[in-house]
Design a protein around this ligand. Sequence first.
Ligand SMILES: [Cu+2]
Length: 125
Amino acid sequence: MNTIQIAVTIGGLVLSLFIVWFFWLAPKGQTRASTDHGGIQEVAITVKGGYTPDIIVVKAGYPLRMRFTRQESSTCSEMVLFPELNQSAKLPEGQEVSIEFTPEKPGEYGFQCQMGMLRGKLIVE
Ligand SMILES: [Cu+2]
């Protein structure tokens, strides 16, 4: 093999490794809640055929405000529930609704619509 062939081979190898990493190993769309000056963690979530973002990373022991805005009329998403955290809210279409609580224990907590069809995850660190 000459230098060019070696370079092409290595290039191809690196590219396939990158593709493997990108599609299977890279962390998927996690969003970290931003913290304001009062120490409140805040994240805005759009509800439309799902939750965007759907994986939210927050810190334990700091108050959290999750601002949900439902941009669809489907009854499926009219409620959002956090079963393990005893939180829920009705989400009128086009209106911002905040859920506020302080996540005390690190862990992963799911949130969902009342039928469990739309799902998201809150990761408390
Ligand atoms: Cu639903």
